[in-house]
Every structure is written in C-alpha cells, then in structure tokens.
Design a protein around this ligand. Sequence first.
Ligand code: FAD
Length: 398
Amino acid sequence: MAASATTFDVLIIGSGASGLAAAVSAERAGARVALATKGSLQANNSSKAQGGIQAAFAADDSPEIHAEDVMRSSHDTANPELVAVLTGDAQGAIHWLEELGVEFTPENGGYRLARCGGASRKRLLQVGDRTGHAITKQLREAWEAGSGHSYTNSPLRALAPTESGWRATCGDHLIDAGAVVLAAGGRCYAEAERRGELSTNHPNATGEVTQTALELGAQARDLDALQYHPNGGAWPQNMQGYSIPETTRAYGAVLLNAEGEEFTDSLGPRDTVSQAIFDEVAKGSGVTTPDGRPAVFLDTTRIPRRDAEISLPYMLRRYRGAGIDPLREKILTYPVLHYQNGGLVIDTNAETTCEGVYACGEIAGGTHGRNRMMGNSLLECVVFGRRAGRSAAEKARA
Ligand SMILES: Cc1cc2nc3c(=O)[nH]c(=O)nc-3n(C[C@H](O)[C@H](O)[C@H](O)COP(=O)(O)OP(=O)(O)OC[C@H]3O[C@@H](n4cnc5c(N)ncnc54)[C@H](O)[C@@H]3O)c2cc1C
C-alpha cells in the first residue's frame, strides 16, 4: 500500500539561516509548517559564517548608499528591486534577530561596525567572529520553541504539483503543502570536488534542489557565476579551505607578494581581490606552501591586538591551535571556492517563477548579481527568508 502524505500549509526545504527564518516567519503568520532538511538542523553553511552581516546603521550611511555599494560590487548585474528590499529591510532584520536573542558586538553605545570589501562605509555588524553560528542558534531555538514539525535526515527527492499545492518526497516521508520554500543553499562543495579544488563549504552544499526546481520549469540566472573567497587558508594543512574572515582585512591585514609588496587594494570587491591573487601567483610573485600549493601572504600582524581580541577570537584560536600566531607572523592564503552568486529567479516576495514555490538564501539569484559583497548573504537569508515565510503562509491560505 502506498504511504499516505502528511499535510501542512507550508513546507520549508533546508535548515540554514534562510530556511529557519522562513519557517519561524511562516509559523508566526499562522501557518502549519514543516521543515525538511538533509542532515541535522545544525548542518549548513550558515553556521560556519564568521565575519558578519551588513546593515546601514552608521551616521554617514543609509540603505541607499548600501544599495549603491551592492550595485557597484555586482558590476551592475544585480536586480535593483531586490537590492532595494535587501538594504531597506536590513535594520528591521537586525532588530528581529535581536528580539530572537542575537547579541551583536557593541561599541560606543551602538554596534561595532567594520568596513568590508567593496563597501564605502563601515556597515558590518558582528558577533565576535562567529556571527553565523549566533544567528542560526537563535533562529533554531525560535523554530524549536514553536509547534512546527522538523523532518531531519530527510533530503528532498521529488517535488510535484497537486490540485491544491505541492507534494514532496523528503527521505521516506510524503508531505503535501499549499506552498513550498526552497532554502537548500548553494553547490560549492560539490563543484569544488568536481574541480579538485578546496572549498569553504559544508558537505551538504550540493545543489540538487536547484536542479529539481529547474526541472519543474523555474527560471534561474547567473548560475555559472561562482565566487572565490579571496582568503582561503593555504597553510598549515588543517587550515586549508578555512575561510579567513574578511574582517582580518577590515581591521588592517593586507595582502603581500613574495617580495613583501602590496599588490592590490585588500578591501576591494571579492572578485577583484581574488583575481589579483591569481594574477600575482601566475606571474611568479607568489609563494609556495610546504606541500607545494600556490599562496600569497596575508599580513595579519598589522591587526591591532584589541581589534583581534574583540572581532577575531575564533580565527586566532584556530590558527594558534595549529601552531601559528597570526598576530606575530604572516599567514599563507589563496582563493577558495565559496559561494554561488546566482540562483533561482525570485520576485520581491521571494516567489520563483513557479507559482507557490518560493526561494531564499543562497539558492536564489539576483540580489548579488554576479558578485556578492561579504556580509550580504546572511542579510539576504534573513530579509528574504522572512518575506518567503510570510508570503508562503499567505499563499497557502488563499
Ligand atoms: C565558511 C563560510 C563563511 C561565511 N561567512 C559569511 C559571512 O561572514 N557573512 C555572510 O553574509 N555570509 C557568509 N557566508 C555565506 C553564508 O553563510 C551562506 O551563503 C548562507 O548562510 C547560506 O544560507 P542558506 O540558508 O541559503 O544555506 P545553508 O546555510 O547552506 O543551508 C542549506 C540547508 O539546506 C539543506 N539541504 C541541502 N540539500 C538539501 C536537500 N536535497 N533536501 C533538504 N535539505 C537540503 C542543508 O543541509 C542545509 O540545512 C559564509 C559561508 C561560509 C561557507
């Protein structure tokens, strides 16, 4: 006998920051919500994010200036409507996270703000250097405190339309829902394996849910635009693929070639900085790790000790545990595959071109165009996760 389906209003696929934000928001909008995820609730890229989340809080900043920075960093390839939502909702997203218990690092009665690559203002809020961990932890607690149902170890295997919405096969479970939110992240782990390269990503970042959506007829954009994080750890071996937070450069670290010369603006947009490192190594001015990999120096000794202790404690612990003190010696770095810039086409309510199917977080495209600024992905997860959850709840009721 065929298994019978369990029915919910809204089904969320994925338990990273975007999926959890959507799940909490859909439930708070009155929907009966299920969340299905590939592994445990904690297994995702969002928890690994260190550097921070952007929002225009500085006196000399505004959502409009933030939007200009996004457009410039994307080389005018981002969708301006989505960018206006991203930057316009940013302050509200931060306050919502605070209500859920996230404690951003304070300074002088406000937030401690750093300037990240491509930004014209100091705009990056941080929770030490474990920002993603702090955000996902509070989102998870909010989700688990509600009455929604989690299906862990239940990857999405199939999705098909029904008369009243969608039927999903997640692991061994059949789930019917009026609306579905795809929040299954990007594909850089799988892509790096295919290319034989290092990646910062969690092993669950494999991209098959994007494929499922494409097969249903959803449109995508910029899927070929994958982002290298300029500063992957290159040495020692147990730090290879570690994403050295961009806040190291925000707080004074600079990139140097073998001669000890600066060869690029260390706080340029990510694609520019990564390309400068590739070029420097290609022309023979890089250095080689003890196991023969290409690298350049990141001179972290220029970071003031106080800034490092407040904003980079985790990075310091990791390197010191591996036998290197970044405040006493330069570290070796090389770009690593990090982020899927493009993804499923969405509107400002996060609906894809398939009615009743929403997408938020790294699986969606348009908000960053072909080159994302750091700190805007966690923001995108929260801003569009909330919109996706609310809109999916509304759709399911209609
Ligand atoms: C090391 C690192 C550092 C970063 N630092 C920052 C930073 O400082 N600031 C910033 O803004 N961004 C940062 N990013 C980027 C940002 O963290 C991610 O892009 C973002 O968190 C993605 O969130 P998400 O919810 O879209 O996906 P994820 O957090 O990757 O979650 C995807 C979820 O979907 C699940 N899933 C996958 N396939 C399936 C399936 N078939 N069925 C069901 N579930 C599935 C996964 O298990 C996971 O739970 C960083 C990324 C990394 C890897």
